[in-house]
Design a protein around this ligand. Structure first.
Ligand code: SR1
Ligand code: MG
Length: 420
C-alpha cells in the first residue's frame, strides 16, 4: 500500500526528473528529460493527468490527488485508489485484450500510473457533443462489458481466486461510498452538494415525492453494494471512453469494485441516452434526426453485443462453480434457458441502474457536459426534463422493458415529449 509521507502532487517541471530514472519510461519517451515536454491536461473530477512527450514517444501519467479535485481539499480522498486502478487495468487487459491502455509503470508511493498515450483518440463524450460517429463502437463496448463481467465472475473464475480478488478490492472503501451517495441517494433528496437547472423544480419535486421510486433506487443501491458478482469498471460513462473514428478504448477504472453484472452496461446506456436527449442543443435541424438515430443504433448494438458475447462465453468458458455443466450438459440437458433467465435479470438491473444514472447527472453533484454545455437555459431545462422522465420510467418499469425495440421506442417517445 502507499506511503503517504513520500507522496506529493507532482508539477510538470519535476515530472521529467523523476520519471527519466525509470528505465521503462525512459525507453518509451527518451533518456534525456531536458528534451521532454510535460503538460498537465487533467479536466476530470479527481486526478492530475500529464502528457509527457519526448524524442522517442509520448506517454500519459495519471496521478491521484489526495482530495476531490472538483470540490477541493475540503473533501479528502485516499491515494490508494491508484493501486486499485492499476489492478483493474491489468485484469481488464487480460479479460478483453486491447480494450484498455497498456500500463508501463506503477508507482504506488506517488499514486501514479504511466500508461499508453492514446492518439488521435478523443474523449467519447466530446465526440458525441460534436456529432462525430465511431465505427464499431456499440459492438466493442457490449463485448467489453460481457467479457469483463463474465471472466471476472464465478461463471468463469475459480471460486477461491474470485474470493481472493474480492478481498483485495474490498479495501477500496471511499470510492464506492462516492457512488453510493452521489449516484443512488443524493438525487432523491435535497443533499448538500446537489444542484440543478432552476426550472426543473416541479419535476424534481415529483421524483422526490414518490416513495416507490425512491425504494426502487434504494433496492438498486442494495444490489450495487452487496452483490459481488463480478469486477466492475464502476464508472463507465462516455468520459471513460476514448475513440478515434474507428477504434475505442476504455479508460479510468478507479471506481473499480465488485458489484452486479448489470451495473457497467446500465451506466453506459444511460450516458448514450443523455447524449441522445441533449442533441437538439448541439445539432442543426438538418443533421439532428440522423445523428440521434445513430446514437440509438449504438445503444442497440451495445445491448445486442453484450448478450451475444455473454452467450458465447457461457458456451465456451463456463468453468467456474456457477451453473456447472454437471447440472446441465452432463445430464443431457441444455443450459440455454438458464442463461436466458440470467440475462433477463441482468438486463432489468441494467435498466434500473440506467435510470438512476440519468437522474444523478442532472440532479446530484457531478453533471455532464452533454447538458452543462447548453447555454440556453430554457432549452437545457426542457431536454433535462425529458431525460429525468425517461430515467423514472426505466427505474420504475425496468422488468417490463424486455426488448431493445421497446427501449428505443421509449427514448423516441420521451424525445418527442412536449415539455413547456
Ligand atoms: C466526486 S467524484 C464525482 C464523479 O466523478 C467521477 O467520474 C464519478 O462519476 C463520480 O461520481
Ligand atoms: Mg473518471
Amino acid at each position: 500500500m502507499n506511503t503517504p509521507d513520500l507522496y506529493r502532487p507532482l508539477t510538470p517541471e519535476e515530472l521529467g526528473g523523476r520519471l527519466s530514472a525509470v528505465p521503462v519510461v525512459a525507453a518509451r519517451v527518451g533518456e534525456d528529460p531536458a528534451r521532454w515536454t510535460v503538460k498537465e491536461v487533467g479536466d476530470g473530477n479527481l486526478n492530475l493527468v500529464f502528457i509527457v512527450e519526448g524524442p522517442v514517444g509520448t506517454v500519459i501519467v495519471k496521478q491521484a490527488l489526495p482530495y476531490v479535485r472538483l470540490v477541493g481539499d475540503s473533501w479528502p480522498l485516499p491515494l490508494y485508489r491508484a493501486y486499485y486502478e492499476n489492478h483493474a487495468l491489468v485484469r481488464q487487459a487480460e479479460r478483453d485484450p486491447g480494450s484498455v491502455p497498456e500500463v508501463y509503470h506503477f508507482d504506488e508511493a506517488q499514486a501514479l500510473i504511466v500508461m499508453e498515450f492514446l492518439s488521435p483518440h478523443k474523449i467519447l463524450r466530446r465526440k458525441l457533443i460534436d456529432g462525430e460517429k465511431v465505427a464499431g463502437l456499440g459492438g466493442f463496448l457490449g463485448r467489453f462489458c460481457a467479457r469483463t463481467a463474465f471472466r471476472g465472475s464465478e461463471l468463469s473464475l475459480k471460486s477461491a481466486d474470485k474470493k481472493k480478488d474480492v478481498g483485495l478490492f474490498s479495501g477500496n472503501v471511499e470510492i464506492p461510498a462516492i457512488t453510493e451517495a452521489l449516484v443512488f441517494t443524493d438525487p432523491y433528496y435535497d443533499a448538500k452538494m446537489n444542484h440543478h437547472t432552476p426550472g426543473l423544480d416541479p419535476v424534481v419535486a415529483d421524483l422526490r415525492a414518490n416513495p416507490h421510486l425512491k425504494a426502487r433506487a434504494q433496492r438498486m443501491l442494495m444490489k450495487f453494494a452487496s452483490n459481488a458478482e463480478t469486477m466492475l469498471h464502476g464508472d463507465l460513462h462516455s468520459g471513460s471512453i476514448m475513440s478515434t473514428d474507428a477504434e475505442s478504448k476504455v479508460i479510468d477504472p478507479e471506481f473499480v469494485q465488485y458489484g452486479p453484472i448489470g451495473f457497467d452496461v446500465g451506466m453506459l446506456v444511460a450516458n448514450f441516452l443523455m447524449a441522445y436527449f441533449s442533441q437538439p442543443a448541439h445539432r442543426e435541424a438538418s443533421a439532428l434526426l440522423s445523428y440521434q438515430d445513430w446514437i440509438l443504433t449504438v445503444i442497440e448494438e451495445v445491448l445486442t453485443a453484450f448478450e451475444a458475447e455473454f452467450r458465447t462465453l457461457w458456451s465456451a468458458e463456463r468453468t467456474g462453480m456457477l451453473y456447472p455443466a454437471a447440472l446441465f450438459e452432463d445430464q443431457g440437458q441444455s443450459s440455454v434457458e438458464a442463461c436466458s433467465e440470467l440475462l433477463a435479470e441482468i438486463r432489468s438491473d441494467a435498466l434500473g441502474f440506467c435510470g438512476i444514472e440519468m437522474h444523478r447527472r442532472t440532479l446530484s453533484l457531478a453533471h455532464n457536459a452533454d447538458f452543462e454545455d447548453i447555454g440556453d437555459e430554457t432549452l437545457k431545462r426542457r431536454l433535462e426534463t425529458r431525460n429525468l422522465l425517461m430515467g423514472a420510467e426505466l427505474l420504475l418499469r425496468a422488468e417490463e422493458i424486455g426488448t431493445n425495440g421497446m427501449l428505443l421506442d421509449l427514448a423516441r417517445q420521451f424525445n418527442a415529449k412536449d415539455v413547456p
